[in-house]
Design a binder for this molecule. Sequence first.
Ligand SMILES: [Zn+2]
Length: 272
Amino acid sequence: MIYIDKTNQEAIDFVTTFIDFNWLEQNDKTYKYQNIGYPQIKNPVKRFRAFFVDEQNNKCCYCCRDIVNDNSTELEHIIPKTKSILIDFEPYYQHSNVLRQNVVPQSIFELSISKLNKPPFPHHIAYHNIVASCNGKTFESSEDFTCCNRERGDEFVPPFNLMQDAIEYLPDGTIVYMRELQNRTYFEILNLSKEILINIRRLWYLFSISQLTLEQILDEKSIITLEEKINVHAIAHSPTLIEDFKLLETFSNPNIWNIFKEYSYFFDYYRN
Ligand SMILES: [Zn+2]
């Protein structure tokens, strides 16, 4: 999970202008907001999605895998689009002032008969309520599970991406919610505690304490073989050598290694 400080003024201005532009005169000469839905604002999607992929440095908001601005990347509403009344927003507000100050139910705008000040913004199109995630299908064929956006549905998960220092990754690859140390429920909802993901983070941890640079680890033409990288450089320095030896078998599979490389976010995370 990554922390995103939602301060991109260009994106805020974009949404503001979009809403203002759609304050339109009706047949009966009154004014209303029209066509301010999510399908309209994200058209063309590549332009809209860029705000989120860029500010997240091309990382999935949940699993931290590399993402790019194409159709394999999905936009996710922190407060789901299906929530419609203010009382359903309260659990999110309790965890994030960014949401409380900037995001209100879509209907408040759609039903308004007067022009409204912004912020706050309607939740279907509020920049502050949208994050970019992978499509969750990374492990669908190899490990038979999906994660991230695919799994959450409309279930409540704290708005981790807007909560600074809420999440920590431990050297063993597990995730901890710093405000409720024993609570792993949310990571299970997102399927981020699957063994393969824990092992990916564990191996990145071992690389982070190795002598190798990130470039050397990712380099396919390196004179160091894949097995040497994993075995000699990472696992051999593990204080729990026996347990970590299983990582060699998993990650010396070139397909799994390619997936592993997409999680290089954790190299810097652990090295720092
Ligand atoms: Zn993901």
